[in-house]
Design a protein around this ligand. Sequence first.
Ligand code: ADP
Ligand code: ZN
Length: 516
Amino acid sequence: MNETQTRQPVDFLKQYYGYDRFRPMQEAVVRTLLDGRDSLVLMPTGGGKSVCFQIPALMKPGVCIVVSPLIALMKDQVEALLLNGIPAAFLNSTQGSREQREIEQDCLAGRLKLLYVSPEKMLSESFFVFLKTLQISLFAVDEAHCISSWGHDFRPEYTQLNMLKTHFADVPVVALTATADKLTRQDIVNQLNLDDPAVFVASFNRPNLSLKVLPGLKRIQQIERFLALQPDNSGIIYCQSRKSTESLAAKLQEKGYRAGFYHAGMSAESRAQTQEEFVRDDIRIICATIAFGMGIDKSNVRWVIHYNMPKNLESFYQEIGRAGRDGSAADTVLFYSFADVASWKEMLAENAPANLGLQLAKLERIQQYAEAHSCRRQILLSYFSEELTEPCGNCDVCQSPRVMFDGTVLAQKALSAIVRLKEQVPVNTLIDVLRGSRNQTVIQNNYHLIKTYGAGSDLKFDEWRSYVQQLINIGVIEIAYNDHYALRRGILADAVLFQDRKIQLIKPEDAAQLKA
Ligand code: ADP
Ligand code: ZN
């Protein structure tokens, strides 16, 4: 018996990665692929999908072709492999033809175990001809949810990857993704034409991540308080726009924090540098767009803050998943404001994607999550088709169960003002009227003359804001997104105004209290 035959997958894990044991499911995937069976692997971000195909690639003769849509990451991924002593390369549109030819030569000569390619490259005719001349150990389709229009990141070119099974029937295919909803799952299997695949679904639960949602008000102050509780820890603040990553980083720097920013509009060089500084702990805080994080190997990210709400739970979960990869406790905070919901809706309406309805439904799900009054982890996991039988104890709802009170009178005051304001004013103006403010808008429009002017002067602005938000969430008030965000009567309004329908509200959490 020669040496390689007796060596087990775990020996490769130790030799090339320095880890002593597999994580749940990794070894089963490796063995299935070694047996030559197609597989679908669903594992959360940071779960360790890479070794699932890299170890079979090392153990089998030939080269493993990895299809990945993340061109920007290929270089890093390949460099990490090379550092571990695994011969690998990538081919994509960022390279010149000479460089590409050299890599193809290496491939033909059997010098590479893994070759990363973009889907575009994969589908080009010349590359197909080249592939036919190779001994291929395995195809790995990374970010496989991109094949499905049910997924959150549909890439049309991915749908042509069904050619893998048509033209390379003997080569096993493994599809990998961190997106697990059932429709996407089924779509991946169908579209790739996988042959009786073994399906591996790792648990998406990450009990070490605390979950907290805070109102999107005075965010900088809240962040400062949060950071004071995390003095030496590093983390990521996700922002919606490139501009806000820069301005937030500047504000934090002014306050003495070692903060940097990261977005796709920066040069590759400064991005790499920022990333490097973060990994080395020279920078403690990264203010970033969603461009940051994929493929970043930093296991001690201790917290993730969402300055803005992501557009769906898949993105949210993926992004908070970058914290606490080492398994130790890590904290996550989502700032929620309906302005974010509104701006996502606007953006979707502008882009008018083919699956608009689906995207709106997904937006609604994350909104519901943010507004939930029951265990957040239960909601999150049920979204990923997983059941958590007991409340988690590690989310803000579990830690401070909500106390409801009868808010019917508050609802009636707000509604009657809305009606008298002819359903024409946005939330700030409504609150100014309710609180009896004498600002310009109010006076110029004679709003101080309406009957409900000052009817809510006993409450602070932020308290009203929270109540109006809650009333919107439960359908008492509606926002006209297409009409300057004017507030209107919602579906429950008439019942509240005329049928004595009772409304339960929650005291606004003291936004200033950010518990550790
Ligand atoms: P994914 O692609 O699922 O997001 P990666 O493959 O990048 O995750 O792995 C995430 C991290 O976990 C990496 O730092 C990787 O080296 C580490 N890792 C993977 N497998 C193991 C293991 N068996 N033991 C310890 N760490 C592991
Ligand atoms: Zn909980």
